[in-house]
Design a protein around this ligand. Structure first.
Ligand SMILES: [Zn+2]
Length: 259
C-alpha cells in the first residue's frame, strides 16, 4: 500500500515511522515539500530510503514574502529533479481560504506560477485546497493540468466530480475515520473507488483511534483503508489494490511494479 501524502520530515523519528510502515505493509510513502528550505530534506529522505518518493513545491500557507526567489529556486530544482526516479511532481501547492490573514492575491500568483511550471515540465501536481475548490479548478483548467491529487479532499459532490473530470484523484485520510465527517464519508462511498487515494497527512490529521499526543505516522494507512472498506462494504484487499493502482495513475512517475 501507499501513503500518498506524508510530511515525513516533520515526524520526530522518520526512520522508525518507515520501519513501522514497512511492517504494516505500506511500501511506498510520498513526501511533499512545503518551502524551499525543506527541498533538500525531502530529497535526502527519498535518496536514503527505497520506499520514499518526493514532490517539490511551495505550500500556500507557508510561502509568501520573497516568492520570486522561491519560484526561481523551485524552477531550478524541478529541472534538476527530472532525472531523479524518486521525484514525482509539483507539490504541495494550492489555495487556502480557510486560514485567516493570508494574502489571497499573492497566494494565487504563487499557485499559478507553479501550475505553469507543472505544465512546462509536464508533471502531476499535489494540491492543498481549503474553501477554494472552484478557484483551484479554474487554475487547473487555465493551465491544462490533468494529473494529480487533491489532497485531504473536503469539497462537495459536484466539486469532486469536477476534479475527476479534470483527470484528478482525490486524497482521503484521517478525517474519514471520524463518524462526524458525514459529507466526506458520503463522498468516499459514492465516488468510484478508482478515483480515491489514501493518505495520512502525518503528522497532521490523526485518525480517530489515536489518543491525544500519540503521533500520526504512515502505518495508519492500513486502519484508514479498513474504515473505507467497512464504509463501502468491500474487502480491504480490494481497497488496497484499487487505491494503490489509483496512486500510480495519479502520480505517473511512480513505478507501477513497485506497488
Ligand atoms: Zn500536506
Amino acid at each position: 500500500m501507499i501513503d500518498t501524502h506524508c510530511h515525513l520530515d516533520f515526524l520526530s523519528d522518520p526512520h522508525e515511522a518507515l520501519l513501522d510502515a514497512q511492517a504494516a505493509g505500506i511500501h511506498r510513502v510520498v513526501v511533499p515539500s512545503v518551502e524551499v528550505s525543506n527541498f533538500s530534506r525531502v530529497r535526502a529522505l527519498a535518496t536514503a530510503n527505497p520506499q520514499v518518493y518526493y514532490c517539490l513545491g511551495l505550500h500556500p500557507c507557508v510561502v509568501l514574502g520573497s516568492a520570486e526567489d522561491d519560484l526561481r529556486r523551485l524552477k531550478e530544482e524541478l529541472a534538476v529533479s527530472l532525472a531523479d526516479p524518486k521525484f514525482l511532481g509539483v507539490g504541495e501547492i494550492g489555495l487556502d481560504h480557510y486560514l485567516p490573514g493570508l494574502d489571497r492575491m499573492a497566494m494565487e500568483q504563487v499557485f499559478h506560477a507553479q501550475l505553469r511550471l507543472a505544465r512546462d515540465f509536464d508533471l502531476p501536481v499535489v494540491l492543498h485546497v481549503r474553501r477554494a475548490q472552484d478557484l483551484v479548478l479554474k487554475g487547473l483548467r487555465r493551465f491544462g493540468i490533468q494529473h494529480g491529487i487533491a489532497h485531504a479532499f473536503n469539497g462537495s459532490h459536484s466539486q469532486a466530480q469536477a476534479f475527476l473530470k479534470q483527470g484528478f484523484h482525490l486524497g482521503f485520510g484521517g478525517t474519514l475515520t471520524y463518524s462526524g465527517s458525514r459529507q466526506i464519508r458520503r463522498l468516499a462511498v459514492d465516488l468510484p473507488l478508482e478515483s480515491i487515494v489514501l493518505e495520512t497527512d502525518s503528522p497532521d490529521i490523526a485518525p480517530s483511534w489515536l489518543s491525544r499526543g500519540e503521533s500520526n505516522t504512515p502505518k495508519q494507512i492500513r486502519g484508514i483503508a479498513g474504515v473505507l472498506a467497512e464504509l463501502r462494504g468491500v474487502p480491504i484487499s480490494e481497497i488496497e489494490a484499487v487505491t494503490s493502482r489509483a496512486a500510480a495513475a495519479a502520480l505517473s512517475r511512480l513505478p507501477a511494479e513497485a506497488l
